[in-house]
Design a binder for this molecule. Structure first.
Ligand SMILES: NC(=O)c1ccc[n+]([C@@H]2O[C@H](COP(=O)([O-])OP(=O)(O)OC[C@H]3O[C@@H](n4cnc5c(N)ncnc54)[C@H](O)[C@@H]3O)[C@@H](O)[C@H]2O)c1
Length: 377
C-alpha cells in the first residue's frame, strides 16, 4: 500500500493511502475505536466494492447512514442531519466519521465532523476519480449557500484518505470525465511525464469505448458501454491517481490555507465555473469535466496571447483533450463568460486570479481584470 503524506511544517497532518482493493481499509480503521460511516446512497447501491465495505462494517457493528447526493442537497440541512445522526448514535469526541462517496459526500461529511462537538476526527473513502485526485485531499470541506458553491466550510484535514481505484468500476462516464479533467489539470500544474502517460491512457480508453459503440455517430455513443471498457483497465489508473494525489498533497503541504500556490489548483476553473453557471442558467447540460477542459484551453489561449508560452501550445492542449472526448463546443461567447466571471466570488478588487500555463508542468497566477481578458481573447 502506497502512503503519501500531507505536511504542515515537518508534521504529518494527513495520510493518503493508495491501494488496489478495499481489504486494507480494515487495518487503517483499526486504531479507531468508534467509527461512524456516512455513505452516498447511490454508491451503496451501485458500487460492488463499497457494498463489500459496508458488509465488513456491518460485521463489526459500525453504525452507517446513507445520504442523497446532489449540489442541491450539498447544504446545511444535510450537514445538520449528519450531526443529528451522530448525536443519536452516541458519537463522542473520540469518534471517527468516515465519508464514503464522491466530492459532495466527502466535502459534507468533513464539514459535519469539523463542527460536531467542536470537531471530531474524520477520514475519506473517495469513490469518484475527481474525489480521489482532488476533493478528498487537502482538507477543504463545505456546503453550498446563498446560491454560491462551497460558501460555508472549514479547512480541516482528514485523518486519512483511502484511495481504491477499483471503486471506479461503477462510475458513470460523465463523472469519470470530470475526474479525468481534474487529473490532467494536476499534471499541467506539475508534471514528471505523467501528463503524457495520462493522455495516452485516456486516449486508449476512449478508442476502446468508441470501438465498443461499434462506430455509432458521436451523438449516439452509448455511455452504457463505459463500465465494461474501464473495469478491466483500472489497475492502469492506479499509478496516475497516486501521482496526482502526490502533486495535490505537495501543493497543500506548501500552502494549506490558499494564500498563494494552492490557487494554482484553480487552473481552468475561472472560465469553467463561468461556463457551468451559464449552462445552469440556460438549462443546458454541460458537466464539470467538460467545463474545466474548455477552461484549460481558454487559459492556454490567454497565456499564448500574453506571450507567456510558445505559439501552438493551446492548440496542443486542445488536441489532447479532444482525443480523450473531453472537449465540447462552447455555446457561450467570451462576453457572456466575462459577465459570469465578474460575479464569481473569486474576483477581488476588480481583478481575477487567472491561472495560466507557460508549459506542461509550469503554471503561474496572473491577476487581470475581466475586461483585459475580453480584449485579448
Ligand atoms: N474539497 C475540495 O478540495 C474539492 C475539490 C474539488 C471539488 N470539490 C467538490 O466536489 C464535488 C464534486 O465531486 P464529484 O464529482 O465526486 O461529485 P459527486 O460526489 O456528486 O459524485 C458524482 C456522481 O457519481 C455518483 N457516484 C459516486 N461514486 C460512485 C461510484 N463509485 N459508482 C457509481 N456512482 C458513483 C454520485 O452519487 C453522484 O451522482 C463538488 O461539489 C465540488 O465542489 C471539492
Amino acid at each position: 500500500m502506497e502512503q503519501i503524506n500531507v505536511y504542515s511544517a515537518e508534521e504529518v497532518i494527513s495520510k493518503i493511502y493508495v491501494e488496489d482493493g478495499m481489504e486494507m481499509l480494515e487495518a487503517c480503521l483499526k486504531p479507531y475505536e468508534h467509527v461512524f460511516v456516512v455513505m452516498d446512497a447511490n454508491v451503496a447501491m451501485s458500487c460492488p466494492a463499497a457494498y463489500e465495505m459496508s458488509q465488513m462494517m456491518n460485521r463489526h457493528g459500525v453504525p452507517g447512514m446513507l445520504v442523497d447526493v446532489s449540489e442541491e442537497t450539498k447544504c446545511m440541512e444535510t450537514v445538520m442531519e449528519i450531526c443529528a445522526w451522530l448525536l443519536e448514535n452516541g458519537a463522542d469526541r473520540d469518534a471517527l466519521v468516515l465519508g464514503v462517496g464522491g466530492g459532495i459526500t466527502t466535502d459534507m461529511v468533513g464539514f459535519a465532523a469539523s463542527i460536531y462537538k467542536r470537531g471530531v476526527r474524520f477520514a475519506n473513502v473517495p469513490t469518484t476519480l475527481l474525489a480521489q485526485v482532488d476533493a478528498a485531499i487537502g482538507g477543504k470541506t463545505g456546503v453550498n449557500f446563498g446560491g454560491y458553491k462551497n460558501m460555508l466550510g472549514t479547512i480541516c484535514q482528514p485523518e486519512f484518505t483511502y484511495i481504491c481505484p477499483q471503486v471506479l468500476e461503477s462510475l458513470p462516464m460523465e463523472a469519470f470525465q470530470a475526474g479525468a479533467a481534474e487529473m490532467l489539470k494536476t499534471f499541467i500544474i506539475e508534471d514528471s511525464g505523467n501528463y503524457a502517460s495520462a493522455i495516452a491512457l485516456l486516449k486508449s480508453l476512449t478508442d476502446d469505448f468508441i470501438a465498443a459503440c461499434e462506430g455509432a455517430a458521436i451523438l449516439s455513443y452509448n455511455e452504457g458501454h463505459w463500465p465494461e471498457v474501464l473495469s478491466g483497465r483500472l489497475h492502469e489508473m492506479t499509478p496516475l491517481i497516486a501521482a496526482a494525489a502526490r502533486v495535490k498533497a505537495g501543493v497543500v503541504s506548501r500552502d494549506q490555507f490558499e494564500t498563494g500556490e494552492r490557487r494554482k489548483l484553480n487552473l481552468g476553473h475561472t472560465f469553467g465555473h463561468a461556463i457551468e453557471s451559464l449552462a445552469h442558467k440556460h438549462h443546458n447540460d454541460i458537466d464539470h469535466g467538460h467545463a474545466v477542459a474548455l477552461g484549460m484551453v481558454y487559459a492556454a489561449q490567454l497565456a499564448e496571447k500574453l506571450e507567456m508560452t510558445e505559439p501552438g501550445f493551446a492548440a496542443g492542449i486542445e488536441h489532447d483533450l479532444d482525443s480523450c472526448l473531453l472537449l465540447i463546443i462552447n455555446p457561450y461567447s467570451i462576453q457572456d463568460m466575462a459577465e459570469a466571471m465578474t460575479k464569481d466570488k473569486k474576483a477581488e478588487g476588480g481583478k481575477v486570479h487567472f491561472i495560466l500555463p507557460r508549459a506542461i508542468g509550469d503554471v503561474v497566477v496572473h491577476d487581470m481584470t475581466v475586461e483585459e481578458v475580453v480584449a485579448l481573447l
